[in-house]
Unconditional design. Structure first.
Lengths: 171, 196
């Protein structure tokens, strides 16, 4: 290398060093395969929601259904990969009757109306595993149910209480 | 200086971690893991049944029925005759009793010792009017006496219906006239149902 060439090379390096930032690169990797999951949320408060039917004496047993308060929001979600590879099923256990001391009344006297029709309207059948609806992963679905008591019979006075348990399963 | 690429990756990681929503204002259950998954949530129900005592004799609501006995001149004092009137006609009325507060129901009436009067000093005792019930479980208290009847509860519940039919004994002759028919002439009997 002659002196001129050597000088040009140094000059070139000097120019390059003065006008360009050091080389940088970014690597991107999104691992979107979290563990499968199901989520079930029912109600409106921080604890278990209590749905209450209040009947006026003049209305007792007249066959006109009584609407409960409050309406209940039901939200479900499931997650798995790949999408639409699994199905989640929502069922409900209403097998234990409402109780007022020694007196009982079955949950079959309670029905509900779905606001959006996603989780359909229906009536408790008193079984341990009543099908509600199913959906593929990965979705988040919610609906709101208004509950009605048949009010077709006269029961012993008092407060009848009971609990239904919803179960969301993803085999 | 913060690396914008690193910040973007952190943001993406955060957004993925909340892909399954959490509901802070409901009973919510989230289950994760391999294999079959199952999550439960409950709803409590309460039905409040008020205590009631319903009692009906005759026409519904506030209507008061008139039962009329009108023996003809040919059959005065010749034996029992049927009445007319009542919501079921023929001197017959509907009777319903419903109680759910616990215990039996007692039915009484206020004609003990009384007689129907004609306003002219003549009377016919209430004991001459018999009441027959179509249901043994809902008997009628005897008019003109202190008698009562009891409707027994089943499981703290009383729910009975019957037809009561009134008959005038017509075993004696009384002076001509209209007896009862008004409150002033003791023409009204009030029944009372009571439960503990």
């Amino acid at each position: 290398m002659n002196t001129l060439s050597h000088t040009r090379l140094l000059l070139l390096l000097a120019v390059a060093g003065s006008s360009l930032a050091p080389a940088q690169a970014a690597k991107f990797k999104i691992t979107n395969a979290p563990a499968p999951a199901v989520m079930l949320s029912i109600g409106n408060g921080p604890q278990v929601t209590e749905v209450t039917f209040k009947i006026k004496p003049a209305e007792l047993g007249n066959g006109v259904p009584i609407r409960a308060r409050p309406d209940v929001r039901i939200a479900v979600a499931n997650r798995a990969t790949p999408n639409n590879s699994r199905v989640a099923v929502l069922t409900v256990d209403s097998s234990i009757p409402l109780r007022n001391g020694a007196h009982t009344t079955p949950f079959t006297t309670i029905s509900w109306i779905s606001r959006n029709g996603i989780i359909p309207s229906g009536r408790y059948d008193g079984s341990t595993s009543q099908f509600q609806f199913s959906f593929g992963n990965s979705q988040e679905i919610s609906d709101r149910h208004s509950f009605y008591y048949d009010n077709a019979n006269v029961l012993e006075a008092g407060a009848y209480t009971g609990t239904v348990t919803y179960t969301l399963t993803m085999p | 200086m913060k690396n914008p690429c690193k910040q973007a990756l952190i943001a993406a990681a955060v957004s993925l971690s909340v892909a399954i929503p959490q509901f802070a204002f409901a009973e919510a259950t989230t289950v994760t893991g391999a294999g079959a998954l199952s999550a439960n949530a409950r709803v409590d129900f309460q039905i409040t049944i008020p205590g009631v005592l319903r009692f009906r004799v005759g026409s519904p609501a506030a209507a008061i029925d008139m039962i009329t006995f009108a023996p003809t001149s040919a059959n005065i004092g010749t034996g029992p005759i049927s009445g007319t009137g009542g919501d079921l006609t023929g001197g017959k009325v509907t009777v319903d009793v419903l109680a759910n507060a616990g215990g039996d129901v007692t039915i009484s009436q206020d004609s003990n010792g009384l007689s129907l009067a004609d306003g002219a000093g003549n009377t016919i005792p209430y004991t001459t009017i018999a009441t027959a019930s179509s249901q043994a479980t809902l008997g009628a208290p005897a008019l003109g006496t202190a008698g009562t009847t009891t409707v027994f509860a089943t499981g703290n519940l009383v729910q009975e219906s019957a037809e009561w039919t009134y008959t005038y004994a017509n075993g004696a002759s009384y002076p001509s006239g209209i007896y009862g028919g008004t409150v002033a002439n003791n023409g009204r009997v009030t029944y009372t149902a009571s439960s503990p």
